[in-house]
Design a protein around this ligand. Sequence first.
Ligand code: ZN
Length: 170
Amino acid sequence: MVRPADEQIWQWLSEVSDPEIPVISVIDLGIVRALRWTDELHCEVTITPTYSGCPAMQVITENIQQVLQSHGVQTVSVKTQLSPAWTTDWMSESGKQKMQAFGIAPPAQQASQIAKIDVSALISHASVDIPCPQCASLNTRLISQFGSTSCKALYRCTDCLEPFDYFKPH
Ligand SMILES: [Zn+2]
């Protein structure tokens, strides 16, 4: 087998979806940090979990191995790197659009910008309007700091009345 180009590997990795938000790939999420060939046939993929102890990581590891092996990469290992910590800033623009189409409001701010301005804004989300993913209305209210998972907050749209998850910048 001829070793595929790294660009090809990245392309194949975009077929690996996030178990929690299946319309988004691990590339869209920005969790794939590096590729390395330890020898001609062994590809090592480095990923950074979206949060430490994320239970989806085991599934993601298996899916990465499965997809690359289906394309003929014989040995694939997945290495976890915890530092620097993953941030929503690493998500791609197309990933955010797909998240919105899926019904989850994507992070409306850069986490790095919030940290510079005011740490409390990260907690309160008071400084920015979160558009409703259903009708795009800005008349939305925070219901709970925690939605279906701790990385999301629960909002409700005051116009279409639909509750929705907001993926908090962090
Ligand atoms: Zn709405």
